[in-house]
Design a protein around this ligand. Structure first.
Ligand code: ZN
Ligand code: ZN
Length: 570
């Protein structure tokens, strides 16, 4: 079974359940859903021990929080703390504020240590269960309406205040290894920058500069991350500008102009994508502020650059947000998501959370007039589902979808369009499950999911697993649920790295395939399917005025609600 933490991960920890294991002496490990917590982990050998440690510090992987209740060696083990920090680069150390400095002196980078004052934890509790951003301080910003945001200066002050108490209160066990640089383990790098979650992107930033995918793709281009395209427009417009983690601001910014081969799209509605939300939650190397996000947009062509048919003025369009070189082997095959010079509107250049934005004319695709905005705006997300199911699903397959957000629900629809026999979907949020069930899936809560898949397949396992969540736990669930020789598709952005049971991959001869965005063909087919009435997204979208964008992002980030937000721009 491996380490005690491996065993914890095997146990069901759904609603109301917590898995617990004793690590010896005062140490415990707790796990609930996707959060693993070590309490007073005393893992080093020590002559005063009465019970051996059950966990080598280097094996303390996948830990989210390390609580140390006070400074004694059997509660704050300065020798093993750096090894835990190295094994779990996402872990935050939570300690009473007066002993913060003892933890940093043990070799833990100070931005990973959270000192708490009496009574301070209540407002943070909702964040404890959230994986995918730093559980306690990942909110980090100073945004409006973020009651849990913490000022870094306050942290510094509180750690400076600790000098007095620390020197007055020396550890009582003189043989202990609590304080002191000498005890620092050599293999930890206390100055290492806090890891940020990476997400896949198209090609390398900067390589594509100066080259566009339009009919005459040599027009002026903004540098990546510019809030608007330059061009000296006289007027201004409103844009929701991303200024850093958890900070969106409605700003007046200069109007974009259409360069050669470009069009300006006057936005009507823009949907918020899970990847925008990922960028909002935490700093991402792929989304550099200030930035206007948004890549799921319906609008009308408000201006055309030279070389673009003026007849297109006023045309209703959906944004096709991958801008690729159009010349490389990948582009010629239609695999524009694999173009090394590819850029994404709303990430590498200004996007649809603004009244207007400029793109190459080929990125503005005409929409059939009978298709309502609320359906047409799902062209891009459905293309993501097409890209997976087109490759994954064969007639008669049993498909298991993990994660029932908008992408998960679209996977259900797309799997049936590819003639799946049965689709089972699971999510930790029962409200979200309802949207996938409305698309014809059998919805099961997390704890019962594996059993449901096995019951549907004579204990054999699903033909296809689509992981639209992407955490260590869902990778493990997918491997448990897949049949021998089956195919797992990974599309969720939950965690950038972690443990995978490769013996199971080998033993089951499972294939794991990554999926990123979509090809030309997927996008075209998605629009065709929607125009043909393939999807009824009843109740999916909640309309929000652009001015309330910050609040909408906070609701999505903190409560997972509403299901999908549609920002109104016109
Ligand atoms: Zn999207
Ligand atoms: Zn290319």
């Amino acid at each position: 079974m491996g380490t005690p933490l491996d065993e914890l991960r095997e146990l069901p920890t759904g609603s109301g359940r917590v898995a617990v294991t004793w690590l010896g002496q005062a140490g415990f490990a707790l796990r609930s859903r996707q959060t693993t917590v070590l309490v007073d982990p005393f893992l080093s050998p020590h002559e005063g021990r009465r019970y051996e440690s059950a966990l080598p510090a280097a094996a303390a992987t996948g830990v989210d929080l390390v609580f140390c209740s006070h400074e004694h060696v059997d509660h704050l083990d300065a020798a093993s703390a750096p090894a835990i920090a190295t094994a779990s680069p996402g872990a935050t150390f939570v300690v009473p504020a007066p002993i913060v400095e003892m933890v940093t002196e043990a070799g833990i980078a100070k931005e990973r240590v959270l000192g708490v004052q009496p009574g301070e934890t209540d407002g943070r509790r909702p964040h404890l269960s959230r994986r995918g951003h730093d559980p306690l301080r990942g909110d980090g910003g100073h945004g409006r309406g973020a009651p849990t945001a913490r000022c870094p200066l306050a942290d510094q002050r509180s750690s400076r205040r600790t000098r007095g108490p620390r020197h007055r209160r020396e550890p009582q066990r003189t043989r202990g290894r609590v304080a002191g640089r000498d005890d620092r383990l050599g293999d930890a790098d206390p100055d290492a920058p806090r890891p940020v979650h990476e997400e896949p992107r198209i090609g390398g930033r900067g390589r594509g500069g100066g080259r566009g995918g339009g009919p005459r793709g040599d027009g002026p281009r903004s540098s990546p991350g510019d809030p608007v395209r330059p061009g000296g427009g006289q007027r201004t417009m409103r844009a929701l500008v991303y200024l850093g983690p958890r900070r969106m601001e409605l700003q007046e910014v200069p109007d974009p102009v259409a360069g050669p081969g470009d069009v300006v799209i006057d936005s009507v509605v823009s949907a918020v994508c899970g990847s925008d939300l990922h960028g909002f939650r935490e700093a991402s190397p792929r989304r550099i502020p200030p930035l206007v996000m948004g890549h799921e947009t319906i609008g009308r062509i408000g201006a055309v650059g030279t070389g673009v048919d003026p007849e297109r003025l006023g045309q209703r369009v959906v944004l096709k947000p991958i801008i690729s070189c159009g010349r490389c082997a990948a582009c010629r095959a239609g695999d524009i998501n694999r173009c090394r010079e590819g850029r994404l509107v709303g990430r590498d250049l200004a996007g649809g959370f603004a009244e207007r934005f400029a793109v190459p004319a080929t990125a503005a695709v005409p929409v059939p007039s009978e298709l309502p905005d609320e359906v047409a705006v799902l062209t891009e997300p459905l293309a993501n589902a097409e890209h997976v199911t087109e490759r994954a699903v064969r007639e008669g397959d049993v498909v298991f979808v993990i994660g029932s957000g908008p992408i998960g629900a679209l996977m259900v629809r797309a799997a049936f369009l590819h003639r799946a026999r049965q689709v089972i979907v699971t999510d930790t949020n029962p409200e979200r499950l309802a949207f996938a069930v409305a698309q014809g899936a059998e919805g099961v809560p997390g704890d019962d999911a594996l059993e449901a898949v096995m019951a549907a397949t004579d204990g054999w396992g699903a033909d296809v697993v689509i992981d639209a969540a992407g955490f260590e736990t869902t990778w493990a669930l997918g491997l448990q649920a897949i049949r021998p020789g089956g195919h797992i598709f990974e599309i969720g952005l939950g965690a950038p790295r972690g443990m995978v049971e490769f013996f199971t991959v080998l033993g089951k001869e499972a294939t794991i395939t990554g999926s990123y965005a979509w090809s030309d063909q997927d996008f075209a087919r998605s629009l065709e399917l929607l125009a043909g009435g393939a999807l009824t997204p009843d109740g999916w979208l909640t309309r929000v005025p652009l001015a309330d964008g910050q609040e909408a992002f906070e609701d999505l980030a903190d409560r997972g609600q509403p299901f999908k937000v549609l920002l109104e721009l016109a």
